[in-house]
Design a protein. Structure first.
Length: 362
């Protein structure tokens, strides 16, 4: 599918949605086609988003679509802001599989490496966005888990590492290389894992790119999206994942000489240099944005949890992100296409090692 039209029979899709949603559907358009196909249906009552998984979701990284829907259904009765789920359809010939509908929420995400919308590029807005992100994460981690325990698997950090190592093994034959540095990092993390903590609901991919922010002068978090990675797990893995993206004013980055010698990919290397200099989320290092220490202190105060093993959790986050990129690299090669992910994988692997070794500040 492309960005503007359906490649299937649009009229058939519209009629199918009208029958299930019991409302008039004026137009149907494609919003995205990646892990999920997202369709937007315009109705007299507002926009409705249709979510259907693709085969990219067929790994142990993701829950099935019905589980994702049941989690969102539970969250709709809590203080966590998510799109309102409307209906789950177990099987559909018209949409080629299961799908669910949810109301569209206002707001924009902040993708990896991007700047904030122009109206939020001031110190007060940067601080507000950070506290909205952190407060929502703390709220997720303090929810009662019993309602979602029947549908979610408990996946502690070591199990996440084991699964990632298994995916690395599967990728080696396709990518025609051994991911030696990444394997070594996984082994180090496995033996340095902290003691098990009480599990909470974990989003699994909590970042500015999976949240919507609205508002005219100050950002307000209007929705947490994409619950396909939800689990019961160690909440500190998720805080570490957020902190990995945070850039403090004194951060110096890592030495890139080895990566620059290994890869002749000018565009990818330019992106890596920028990330190494400004952080994965550049706005976090600019005036007004709180430091990593500020975020940890606020998180501990709101959750009552002490955050220890900071280096493990940030390195764990970088390791998992690198292994996901390996999987995407593998799938791109299997499709007969060129992939530019190898330099990024090498950078994230080196970054994780530097965090774990203490070469970067807390």
């Amino acid at each position: 599918m492309d960005d503007t039209r359906l490649t299937t029979d649009e009229d058939a899709v519209r009629k199918h949605l009208e029958a299930v949603l019991e409302t008039t559907v004026e137009t149907v358009s494609v919003l995205a086609d990646g892990l999920n196909v997202l369709l937007e249906a315009e109705t007299p009552g507002g926009s409705i988003v249709i979510r259907r998984p693709t085969d990219l979701r067929e790994t142990d990284l993701f829950v099935d679509l019905e589980t994702e829907y049941r989690v969102m259904e539970h969250l709709s009765s809590t203080r966590i802001r998510t799109p309102e789920p409307l209906v789950f359809v177990d099987e559909s010939t018209t949409l080629e599989g299961p799908w669910f509908a949810m109301r569209k929420r206002a707001g924009d995400p902040v993708p990896l490496g991007s700047t904030l919308p122009a109206r939020f590029q001031d110190p007060a807005s940067r601080r507000r966005l950070a506290t909205e992100l952190l407060d929502t994460l703390a709220a997720i981690h303090t929810l009662e888990t019993r309602p979602v325990a029947p549908v979610l698997e408990h996946v502690p950090p070591v199990e996440q590492i084991e699964r990632a190592m298994t995916r690395l093994e599967a990728a080696e034959s396709t990518t025609n290389r051994a991911w030696t540095e990444l394997r070594t990092l996984g082994q180090r993390l496995r033996v340095n894992a902290p003691a098990t903590v009480e599990p909470t609901l974990v989003h699994g991919d909590y970042r500015p790119g999976n949240c919507l922010f609205a508002g005219t002068d100050r950002p307000a978090l209007t929705a947490v999206l994409d619950w396909e990675t939800a689990m019961l797990g160690d909440p500190h893995t998720e805080l570490g994942y957020l902190l990995l993206r945070w850039h403090d004013a004194g951060d110096t980055g890592i030495c890139l000489e080895e990566i620059e010698r290994a890869f002749d990919r000018p565009e990818a290397l330019a992106d890596i240099r920028r990330a190494n200099r400004e952080g994965l989320a550049p706005f976090t290092g600019r005036p007004g944005s709180p430091t990593r220490g500020d975020l940890v202190e606020r998180y501990e105060r709101q959750t009552g949890r002490r955050f220890r093993a900071d280096r493990f959790y940030r390195a764990h986050a970088a390791f998992l992100l690198a292994t996901v990129w390996v999987d995407l690299h593998r799938r791109t090669l299997e499709a007969g296409q060129r992939s530019d992910r190898e330099p990024h994988i090498a950078y994230m692997t080196a970054l994780a090692g530097a965090v774990l070794d203490g070469d970067l500040p807390l």
